[in-house]
Design a protein around this ligand. Structure first.
Ligand SMILES: [Zn+2]
Length: 126
């Protein structure tokens, strides 16, 4: 998928503190054109108000939401601590919001625990 490839390149560069190429933004910008929904004037209790109507059908809106979050991370730049999961077979990116700034896993429940179990098993074998 085009969007996924460009996100991998961009976040990979951010993790390695390398420059981000302008042409990697193409797929994100294309998806950003797909809106997650639109505003619509509706009448409720005799008053007009502007209401957000989520896009229905298909999963384009989900892709648009992903592109939107990614774009916000890119705009924040170095302020966001983008990391890659320490599990070599995982490869997921995450932003480190931990107080100690030393988060290693995309998810403690998934990769973190798996690592704990693996190193426990290794200690038992040796
Ligand atoms: Zn992981």
């Amino acid at each position: 998928m085009e969007l996924r490839d460009s996100l991998r390149k961009i976040f990979g560069a951010m993790v390695r503190k390398e420059a981000i190429a302008a042409d990697w933004m193409g797929p994100i910008n294309r998806v950003l054109r797909v809106t997650e929904g639109h505003d619509q004037l509706v009448c409720a209790d005799g008053r007009w108000k502007l209401e957000f109507v989520a896009r229905e059908g298909g999963l384009d809106w989900l892709l648009a939401a992903i592109a939107r979050s990614a774009a916000e991370i890119i705009v924040e730049g170095a302020e966001v601590r983008v990391r890659i999961c320490a599990n070599p077979v995982c490869g997921l990116f995450f932003s480190d919001h931990s107080r100690t700034r030393r988060r290693r896993w995309c998810s403690m429940a998934i990769c973190g625990n798996r690592n704990k179990v693996a190193s426990f098993a290794r200690r038992r074998i040796v």
